[in-house]
Design a binder for this molecule. Structure first.
Ligand code: MOS
Length: 742
């Protein structure tokens, strides 16, 4: 713990923890809203087509239900996210099976069921496309002029010269799959008219995103839309865009019916319609000297966007910028693109495009190590980006050699070299072990000029007893309601019990930006700190600096005299960074967090089941505001990455629908799949972050899959090109090797 601070650096348990652990927290479904109707969504059964007719049978009227079709939408028929290409209700084009065509609200569950069954939708089918290859070849045109949702291109140095200088060239094709967030409680939103406006309550990450979307769909000014967050047990990106969609549905139903309307999905519907991690396919060509130094990299990555943009553009930006991972590459080309398919739109998932890129670069490093007969650790150590080196997009690394730092630390924690050697000798029997290592970085906050343009604002008030924190940064189980009070108490110089985190309500809270992109501690925290300093200054009124009880007493006198005590605060950058959006080059992020994982896996050669036994996690996170929470974030996220690496296997059927409609058909890691953890934090405080903090929420999802797959490879003596490496795929790879296929 740092001695400069009283509260920053303390390991405190999460304030929202006890009620959640005790099962006492009330999620939206548990909240009684008197007189509330229930809403449902009528969906397309075909992946592509044209809506010809929507009718109700006589039974519909008997239920007293209300139907909403595209014609009932008072504002614009789209859900405002990155673009406005995603219709709230398909009219007339349908572009994926399960797409919303109409909405129904009814007084109770039984009549909702009967009413939904009495809606008849006729859709004339068109031929769908389901793969990135079909989309890129314009087999059918389903989006824009060429099905390409977005694409980026970066070149630096001289690629031809770089490959000419290489002694060896390795080339690999890499593939990663869909992934479901599997938050605790399912998606849910409630809406009701309030005067000439509307109010919403639901499980969400980004209150102002929902305001924007609902205002556009209802044709209301933003101040007529109020959004409140209900308790959120988990989100992982899955509640970044979807609450805007569900919020629009609930708002349209409430608007037309005049009733309060609640929609809470059951797990099945949630799994089938909510956004997943984008599947990726990439091809990496890398040139190296015989000593293992990288001379050139040519990387091409394609993401499957699903039917509409939602967040794909920004996800792809992060994929693109993380394509070379933690390595210095003098001659480099990166091409990335995202393609429309007739499947549900893919969206945000912790890591936000970086895990796909890191999987590809880390596996390419393993491939190069194998070709050069080097250890995977050594080839990485030789190429890590160092202070003063350029990233492919032109940013100079200004901080310490943290890629090297975390790698060495993970190797030490796992006893990597010794374990690698010992396990390499043990290649007999039913249970075989392997160890893999991987490295990643994560740019904190929005990409490019996103943070500078955000206008991140927080407000502090004094209510006569305590200092209150008003932000739109939501608690979703990640610790915002613990860390922001720690920041405020530190900045004010008071005790934690003198500070209160207020649940976001867009009527009262300023726009601190969305709770995404690992930006809450790093940047929302800075706005809170600034608001605290401004309020403190006002209370001190030019007198001596006050803290503790003296400040609380002075605040009481100030409030009595002025009638109110409040101050705004902002996140302002003074690091002189610049970004060129046109060229998509420059200072992409104000701070990078770094992680290395070494994982030891046991592979059952009868069942091909892989079990992680122990995992070392070394992460450089700037200043750890709450080290215990930081470590908890790291282990939770790495476990999600491990799930993506071997058991989370989600497919689509002949209509482009997800095949898993229940939790028993989609496995996520449980405590039984959890390794013994060895976690260590390294701290290189970041000048742009709150008290030196860097964003660490997403970092742990970035590297784990590559290490896990490498460990499977080490155990089974194969080389894997995809995640997840399920038992079936391990079996196939062993068969292929033994039949001389590899
Ligand atoms: Mo996120 S995956 O930026 O909520």
């Amino acid at each position: 713990m740092s001695e400069e601070f009283r509260i920053i650096g303390k390991s405190l348990p999460r304030f929202d923890g006890p009620v959640k652990v005790a099962g006492e927290v009330k999620f939206l479904e548990d909240i009684e809203i008197p007189g509330c109707w229930l809403g449902g969504v009528v969906r397309s059964e075909v992946p592509r087509g044209v809506v010809r007719k929507i009718e109700t049978l006589p039974a519909f009227a008997e239920t007293g239900a209300v139907l909403v079709t595209a014609e009932d939408i008072p504002g614009e028929n789209y859900v405002a996210i990155v673009r406005s290409d995603y219709p709230a209700l398909a009219a007339p084009a349908v572009n994926y099976a399960t797409q919303a065509v109409a909405l129904v609200a009814a007084p109770d569950a039984e009549s909702l069921k009967r009413a939904m069954a009495a809606v008849v939708v006729e859709i004339e089918p068109l031929p769908p496309i389901f793969t990135v290859e079909e989309s890129a070849a314009s087999k059918e045109l389903i989006w824009g002029e060429d099905n390409c949702i977005d694409h980026y291109h970066t070149e630096r140095g001289d690629l031809r010269k770089g490959f000419a200088e290489a002694d060896v060239v390795v080339e690999g094709e890499w593939e990663t799959g869909l992934q479901e967030q599997m938050y605790l409680e399912t998606q849910g939103m409630a809406a009701w008219r309030a005067g000439d406006g509307i109010e919403l309550l639901g499980s969400l990450q980004c209150p102002f995103y929902v305001v924007n979307a609902v205002a556009a769909a209802l044709g209301l000014p933003h101040e007529k839309v109020t959004v409140r967050q209900s308790a959120t047990g988990g989100a992982f990106g899955g509640k970044e865009d979807y609450p805007s969609i569900l919020g629009v549905y609930a708002a349209l139903l409430a608007w037309k019916s005049g009733k309060k309307v609640k929609i809470v999905y059951d797990r099945s519907e949630d799994l089938l319609v909510s956004p997943k991690r984008h599947p990726s396919k990439s091809r990496y060509r890398m040139g190296l000297t015989k000593d293992g130094k990288i001379t050139a990299l040519d990387a091409e990555i394609k993401l499957d966007a699903g039917a509409y943009t939602t967040l794909t553009r920004v996800v792809l930006q992060r994929t693109h910028l993380h394509a070379a991972g933690c390595y210095y590459v003098p001659n480099v080309r990166v091409r990335s693109s995202a393609w429309a398919t007739n499947t549900p739109p893919n969206g945000a998932f912790r890591g936000f495009g970086a895990p796909q890129a890191i999987f590809a670069i880390e596996r390419t490093m393993d491939l190069a190590a194998e070709r050069l007969e080097m250890d995977p650790l050594d080839i990485r150590l030789l190429n890590t980006i160092k202070t003063g080196d350029l990233f492919p997009y032109g940013q100079v690394l200004r901080e310490g050699n943290n890629a090297e730092g975390v790698l060495l630390k993970a190797a030490e924690l796992s006893d990597y070299r010794r374990r690698r050697e010992i396990l390499s000798q043990q290649r007999e029997g039913r249970f075989r072990k392997g160890i893999g290592i991987s490295l990643a970085l994560h740019g904190g906050g929005f990409t490019g000029a996103g943070e500078a343009n955000m206008g991140t604002t927080a407000k502090m008030t004094f209510d006569g007893k305590r200092f209150r924190i008003y932000t739109s940064s939501t608690e979703m189980g990640q610790g915002a309601s613990t860390v922001l009070p720690m920041v405020a108490a530190e900045a004010l110089g008071v005790e934690l019990e003198d500070v209160l985190y207020v649940e976001p309500d867009t009527k009262y809270t300023p726009n601190t930006g969305p709770t995404v992109a690992s930006r809450t501690t790093m940047y929302a925290g800075k706005a809170v700190q600034d608001a605290c300093e401004n309020l403190k200054k006002a209370i001190e009124n030019g007198g001596a600096p006050l803290s503790g009880k003296a400040l609380v007493e002075a605040a009481k006198r100030y409030l009595e005299k002025e009638g109110r005590a409040e101050a705004l605060g902002y996140n302002i950058f003074t690091d002189g960074q610049s970004w060129d959006e046109e060229k998509f080059a420059g200072d992409a992020y104000h701070g990078y967090a770094w992680i290395a994982n070494a994982v030891e896996v046991e592979l059952d050669m009868d069942t091909y089941e892989a079990t992680p036994l122990s995992a070392a996690v070394a992460a450089e996170v700037g200043r750890a505001i709450n080290p215990m929470q930081a470590k908890a974030q790291l282990t939770g996220g790495v476990l999600q990455a491990f799930g993506w690496a071997h058991i989370e296997d989600l497919k689509t059927d002949a209509k482009g629908r997800y095949t898993a409609a229940h939790m028993n058909a989609y496995l996520v890691p449980t405590t039984l799949d959890t390794p013994e953890w060895k976690v260590e934090l390294l701290e290189d405080p970041c000048p742009a972050g709150c008290y030196g903090a860097k964003g660490l929420g997403e970092l742990p999802c970035d590297a784990g899959a590559a290490a896990f797959v490498a460990a499977i490879d080490h155990a089974a003596q194969i080389f894997s090109h995809c995640a997840p490496m399920t038992g079936e795929k391990i079996f196939e790879a062993i068969e292929k090797r033994d039949n001389g296929g590899e």
